[in-house]
Design a protein around this ligand. Structure first.
Ligand code: NZQ
Ligand code: ZN
Length: 393
């Protein structure tokens, strides 16, 4: 096992009605004026936004609101938030929503605490700070509530770029599974897929990195649990216990408990981000469309690892002495699962007919115009990226 550092500073409040405590939590963090940041309509419609604002008022806190964050959150909204925060002297940002809202909050937080254009920090410059962020989570998916990451889309060129730094961890996250009962089936399934792939990205480690058996066991248990509960959530969307299983799995899938992010692969994520930037698709759906092709492309690097996943998670019987056969059956079984919850397993399943020119453009952007490779398990250059997009087409 490699050396690793584990840092997970986010305070979690889990369970029914925990959002009632949000005012006191913000106060404990030293907030005096809060930006309440949210998405389209769901938090308003459910009454959550009113409850959150009421709790802030009760705690004696001033606040301003900014809604309208869209999935694949946009840089223009981030600029709007930065301006409001400066004008209103906001010192705490409260995200009420999913990964998109939390990521937008993080970007605003960078914007008000670092000099210059915030996009520079999503283009390679290292930030030195981020404002304090809290989250009331409404969808189990991206894991941003406990991750150090945020992903923003710049409409100028439709570039979707991530930024990771230790400053971006939420101070607290409120996880009330009941809040996720209103999710449409596609978002539930897409969220579960993202949770699964966060775990898989860590499972497929860099060559020479062996994970602890305990870590593997936790990852495999998490995967089995999410697969089981994803199906149940589609049958019984309002079942609290099912939603609770998925919600906690979502947070744990991206807080490094199932493996150190820096030792993992992440190629599927990078390939998906370009698809999300270009076609504005749901992140989890994009991952489902790409993962099988990635897996088949890199399989020969370590068939044994894929075979372990197949046997321990996907109920594939081990073909004695033939890891590759077991591995391929495992990949097919994972794709069967994605299809069973209504997810695509190819790009055309999302009604996108990729042209050769678009494939080249995706690979060009994903390789940062040829300046970077992706993937920890197997290093992929622009030509490899093209091949995978073509396989997934
Ligand atoms: O805008 P509203 O009306 O709230 O609708 C949202 C949105 O349309 C809806 N929704 C959320 N909670 C709901 C609900 N609808 C009904 N009831 C509820 N309780 O769901 C839709 C998707 O929301 P979004 O926040 O976009 O979903 P998700 O959490 O999947 O976030 C996706 C974004 O996170 C990024 C993705 O790339 C994508 O941009 N990621 C962020 C990561 C991170 N920061 O660590 C890691 C991930 O790998 C990912 O890349
Ligand atoms: Zn993801």
């Amino acid at each position: 096992m490699e050396q690793f550092k584990y840092y997970a500073p986010t305070k979690i409040l889990f369970g029914k009605n925990t959002e009632a405590e949000v005012g006191e939590l913000c106060k404990t963090q030293g907030a005096s004026k809060v930006l309440v940041h949210f998405g389209g309509s769901s938090a308003k419609k459910s009454g959550l936004l009113d409850r959150v604002c009421g709790a802030l008022q009760e705690a004696g806190l001033h606040y301003v609101t900014l809604g309208g964050v869209v999935p694949n959150p946009r840089l223009s909204k981030v600029y709007e938030g930065i301006e409001i925060c400066r004008r209103e002297k906001v010192d705490f940002i409260l995200a009420v929503g999913g990964g998109s809202v939390i990521d937008s909050a993080k970007a605003i937080g960078y914007g008000i605490t670092n000099p210059g254009d915030v996009w520079d920090y999503y283009s390679g410059k290292a930030p030195q700070a981020c404002a304090s962020i809290g989250a009331v989570l409404t969808i189990a998916a991206a894991g941003s509530e406990m991750s150090n990451a945020s992903v923003i889309t710049n409409e100028d060129g439709w570039l979707k770029r991530g930024l990771q730094s230790p400053y971006a961890y939420c101070k607290f996250a409120i996880l009330n599974p009941e809040l996720t009962c209103t999710l449409p089936p596609y978002q539930t399934a897409s969220g579960c897929t993202d949770i699964i792939v966060h775990t898989l990205e860590r499972y497929f480690t860099k060559p020479g990195v062996t994970s602890l058996a305990l870590t593997d066991g936790m990852a495999e248990a998490l995967l089995r649990n999410v697969m089981r509960n994803a199906r149940l959530a589609l049958q019984k969307p309002a079942d609290y216990d099912v939603r609770a299983e998925i919600m906690w799995a979502g947070t744990l899938s991206h807080n490094d408990i199932t493996g150190d992010r820096s030792q993992g692969d992440w190629a599927s994520h990078q390939l998906e981000h370009e698809l999300g930037g270009m076609f504005d698709i749901a992140h989890g759906a994009g991952l489902a469309a790409i993962w099988g092709s990635w897996a088949r492309y890199v399989l020969k690097q370590n068939p044994c690892r894929f075979a372990q996943l197949a046997v321990n998670v996907l109920n594939v019987p081990y073909s004695f002495g033939n890891d590759e056969k077991t591995a391929l059956e495992g990949i097919a079984a994972m794709e069967d699962f994605f299809r069973s919850i209504g997810m695509p397993t190819s790009i055309s399943d999302m009604e996108i007919e990729l042209t050769d020119t678009q494939i080249k453009e995706l690979a060009h952007k994903c390789s940062f115009m040829g300046r970077r490779t992706i993937g920890g398990f197997v290093t992929l250059n622009a030509a490899d990226m093209e091949n995978i997009y073509r396989m997934a087409r």
